[in-house]
Write a protein that binds this ligand. Structure first.
Ligand SMILES: NC(=O)c1ccc[n+]([C@@H]2O[C@H](COP(=O)([O-])OP(=O)(O)OC[C@H]3O[C@@H](n4cnc5c(N)ncnc54)[C@H](OP(=O)(O)O)[C@@H]3O)[C@@H](O)[C@H]2O)c1
Length: 249
């Protein structure tokens, strides 16, 4: 996988207003990016970041017209970080869970799919670049506490593999990030140790600069990734055990 240098590059981040996206935006600026298109549903939320290299843009990743407009505006982009995501359902027993599952697929899978579709030609025109998808270890092995979110991240994982195969010939490197629990609004209810968004953001940029196709950006993720590589079944049993009463898989 061809590495990409952060210093001087032009990057785009989705969901840049809070959580990991905000930390990635700040880390990109701190590591010398030339320009950062910080996209958010409410770009005004980025007005507290005072840096001339920051270009806030409105982008709801489920809105095809907004994706098209952003693609028109970012002709010089070299690094696209698809970060925006939601985790809405904690089961699938209720009928509302199906609506939530659909929404998770819209944001976590169809959003990145359209983003890659619209921005890959720009990256190719610019001589190549990189796409980064912010996924989860729950996309490698279902975490039954958030089963439909995990399924949407599994779809994203599969898309990441497809993009890597299909775009490699255009000098576009595709990096998949598989994070463990990170201390953001999304994981507030999860009673486990969590990595800081800042540490995770820096680890992601290190992975991009090292040309690591699969990035495990925190201690939980590193341990999980090793176990998954050795035995996907053992990983399934580990995560299933987090739901009381789960039979041994
Ligand atoms: N936190 C974790 O433990 C963890 C672990 C593994 C992977 N991840 C992944 O990391 C990414 C960032 O999550 P986070 O932890 O930083 O969560 P977060 O604090 O809840 O932030 C989610 C971000 O996504 C944005 N977003 C949601 N729906 C959107 C849409 N339709 N269009 C554009 N932006 C949208 C939010 O914007 P608004 O403010 O407008 O809602 C917000 O900026 C997600 O893809 C998540 O799945 C998180």
């Amino acid at each position: 996988m061809t590495a990409l240098r952060i210093e001087g590059t032009t990057a785009l981040v989705t969901g840049a207003n809070r959580g990991i996206g905000r930390a990635l935006t700040e880390a990109l600026l701190a590591r010398g990016a030339g320009k950062v298109y910080a996209t958010a549903r409410n770009p005004q939320a980025l007005s507290t970041v005072r840096d001339g290299r920051l270009v806030p843009l409105r982008l709801d990743v489920t809105d095809a017209d907004q994706i098209r407009a952003v693609a028109e505006a970012v002709r010089d982009v070299r690094l696209v970080i698809s970060n925006a995501g939601v985790a809405l359902a904690t089961g699938f027993a209720e009928s509302a869970d199906v609506d939530n599952a659909r929404r998770e697929m819209e944001v976590n899978y169809f959003g990145p799919l359209q983003l890659i579709q619209r921005l890959a030609p720009t990256l190719a025109k610019n001589g190549g670049g990189a796409v980064v998808t912010i996924g989860s270890v729950a996309g490698l092995t279902n975490l039954p506490i958030i089963p439909t979110y995990s399924a949407s991240k599994a779809a994203l994982h599969s898309l990441t593999q497809a993009a890597r195969a299909l775009l490699g010939g255009q000098r576009i490197s595709v990096f998949g990030v598989y994070a463990g629990p990170v201390d953001t609004d999304m994981s507030r209810a999860l009673p486990v140790a969590k990595a800081s968004p800042r540490d995770v953001a820096y680890a992601i940029l290190d992975g991009i600069e090292a040309g690591q196709a699969d990035i495990f950006p925190d201690p939980f993720a590193v341990a999980f990734g090793r176990q998954f590589e050795a035995s996907p079944k053992a990983s399934e049993r580990q995560l299933a055990a987090m739901v009381s009463g789960a039979p041994a898989a």
